[in-house]
Design a protein around this ligand. Sequence first.
Ligand SMILES: [Zn+2]
Length: 81
Amino acid sequence: MKRIDFSQFFLKKNNMLIPTSIKYEKKGTRKRAYFICICDCGSQTEITPEKFKIAFSCGCKKKNELQKLEEILLSIGIQLM
Ligand SMILES: [Zn+2]
């Protein structure tokens, strides 16, 4: 099995999530890696690296909702960074 260097992900933001550390959990004979991420909303979540790549938030916000919010804010002249 190929080893992945997870450190490349650290402190790099993916949408609303920032991975702060990594945790290994044994599942049977396999070791599974989890990123411990801090979300923009302030909550902490554990997520597998595979899911992290496609994740948007800890689950507090869905992409569509944020886009909608952005549109509303834009329409009243506020731009999100
Ligand atoms: Zn969140």
